[in-house]
Design a protein around this ligand. Structure first.
Ligand SMILES: NC(=O)C1=CN([C@@H]2O[C@H](COP(=O)(O)OP(=O)(O)OC[C@H]3O[C@@H](n4cnc5c(N)ncnc54)[C@H](OP(=O)(O)O)[C@@H]3O)[C@@H](O)[C@H]2O)C=CC1
Ligand SMILES: O=C(O)CCCC(=O)O
Length: 489
């Protein structure tokens, strides 16, 4: 194993419950491997319902003291956690590349991005302001206060093993809530490393608990997290089918739910766009994390008159991408997370080509073997193909053709998903009209990267519920309480 990873004090082989590093009750564990070469990184506990109940009980016990801590003191602990993440940026990034596969430069970027949520919510902790509302009678006064919701369950994916945790845990802690985190089977090591640093930052026991488990046990752990009456909030990032299942389960005790689910982002290039800027934006949006991002451009709509010119420019940019192990050299694109991901990409390409699309570049498994895949461009793609209906979650850019603005809007909105959209145009009237017409929670206008801790991240339609990051992100972990004061003079 890469020595910088194996010697890291952040590399753990125990889960973290109630401030202790523990095995599963069953004594079972599972292996975490590097998707770039299959090397073994660590074994971590394969926990089940009993361990999850222990984590929930620890969180419940820790809650009363934590909610009573003044926001300024909670903020100071979060700030120390942020500082430690930045201090250990390189170690965290190497661990992330080792277990997730993204190029080291992207992993470093994600550590900074993940830490930014901790910094942001350390600041926001002090601004959970209430409200004063004019009373509905002469003797009445109305106040609104915000209170922490209680024990939070956070279920997170493998594609952003740090940022998707801090985007939930930091606002929960800032609001005054304890959290039980269930990371993905593929990437538990970053979650455990975050717990090492949270402990070092002085976070009291029980406030952050990490329950690791294999895919086989995820339904059991998920069921406990979503049905245990002590849990008051479930925050999930992942696929739409699993999100729907968790929402159904959480309804049994009417928990508050935030869901950040699948996307199928349209990326529209109008004939008045700066084509070079559009190519740059698409490269960032499409091929980031080897296309494994819920806000990745998934359907690229290009107006007929600039279609051929755009495809040529894109081909030359994509042709320069270097594929390889993320820990080695100047890599732009790492492996896909696992074989199931490769199978999905291959199925989408086969469906498109058998229905008339053409492979303009790439199109097959990379010569490096394993789960490496060639950055791919498909042309002459139509709305009836799988690539138009489902999120590919891989390095495939399918390019559709459109004639008019109305047609582009209709095609873009023809999806049950509504997370992110992007479009390029230099006409201000068109910009307003298209931005107001697209049915998504976020829009990049002449920009391919929209993620930041300062803006509300989330979707509409079957892409989810609620918003993460920004000042709105704190509210997801708080309840409003209305106080009516009668008998006033
Ligand atoms: N919105 C987004 O950011 C993401 C979207 N996706 C989409 O989903 C597709 C499949 O990816 P996949 O990783 O399988 O996504 P999942 O939705 O299966 O995984 C996300 C998280 O949910 C967990 N999980 C899975 N089943 C359950 C369950 N029954 N109860 C509780 N937790 C559960 C997973 O655990 P475990 O990993 O152990 O199974 C993981 O921690 C991708 O191709 C992509 O289209 C995927 C990841 C992120
Ligand atoms: O794919 C995801 O769900 C993570 C989104 C990453 C981002 O914040 O840009």
């Amino acid at each position: 194993m890469n020595p910088v990873v194996s010697h890291s004090a952040l590399l753990r082989n125990r889960a973290y419950i109630n401030g202790e590093w523990v095995q599963a009750h069953s004594g079972q564990s599972f292996a975490v491997t590097n998707p770039a070469n299959g090397e073994h990184l660590s074994d971590v506990p394969d926990m089940g319902a009993e361990d999850t109940r222990a984590a929930i009980a620890a969180a419940e016990a820790a809650w009363p003291a934590w909610r009573a801590v003044p926001a300024k003191e909670r903020a100071a602990i979060l700030r120390r956690w942020f500082d430690l993440m930045m201090e250990h940026k390189e170690d965290l990034a190497r661990l992330m590349t080792a277990e997730q596969g993204k190029p080291l430069a992207e992993a470093r970027g994600e550590v900074g991005y993940g830490a930014s949520f901790v910094e942001w919510f350390a600041e926001e902790a002090k601004r959970a302001y209430g409200d004063v509302i004019p009373g509905h009678g002469r003797d009445k006064r109305i106040l609104v206060i915000k209170q922490p919701i209680g024990v939070v369950a956070a279920i997170t994916p493998w594609n952003f093993p740090i940022a998707m945790i801090t985007r939930k845990v930091a606002p929960a802690l800032a609001a005054g809530c304890p959290v039980v985190v269930k990371p993905a089977e593929d990437t538990p090591l970053c979650a455990l490393a975050l717990a090492v640093l949270a402990e070092k930052a002085g976070l009291p026991a029980g406030l952050v608990n990490i329950v690791t488990c294999s895919k086989a046990r995820a339904p059991e752990v998920g069921e406990e997290l979503t049905t245990n009456p002590v849990v008051r909030k479930v925050s999930f990032t992942g696929s739409t089918p699993v999100g729907k299942l968790l929402m159904r389960q959480a309804s049994s005790t009417v928990k508050k739910v935030s869901l950040e689910l699948g996307g199928n982002a349209p990326f529209i290039v109008f004939d008045d766009a700066d084509l070079d800027a559009a190519v740059t934006g698409l490269m960032a949006s499409k091929y980031r994390n080897t296309g494994q991002t819920c806000v990745c451009a998934n359907r690229i709509y290009v107006q007929s008159s600039v279609y051929d010119a755009f495809v040529e420019k894109l081909k030359s940019a994509v042709g320069n991408l270097v594929v390889g192990p993320g820990l080695e050299g100047e890599t732009h694109q790492g492996p896909l997370i696992n074989q199931a991901a490769v199978d999905k990409v291959e199925r989408h390409i086969a469906d498109a080509t058998s229905n008339g699309a053409r492979v303009a570049l790439g199109g097959k498994a990379h010569a490096l073997g394993g789960t490496f895949f060639e950055p791919t461009i498909l042309t002459d793609v139509t709305q009836d193909m799988l690539v138009a209906r489902e999120e590919t979650f891989g390095p495939v850019a399918p390019i559709f053709r459109f004639e008019t603005e109305d047609q582009a809007i209709t095609m873009a909105n023809d999806s049950e998903f509504g997370l992110a959209a992007y479009f390029y145009s230099q006409n201000i009237q068109r910009i307003w009209h298209v931005a107001e017409s697209l049915e998504t929670g976020m829009i990049g206008i002449n920009d391919g990267i929209i993620s930041t801790e300062t803006a509300p991240f989330g979707g509409v339609k079957e892409s989810g519920l609620g918003r993460e990051g920004s000042r709105y992100g704190l509210d997801e972990f708080m309840e409003l309480k209305y106080l009516c004061l009668g008998g006033m003079r």
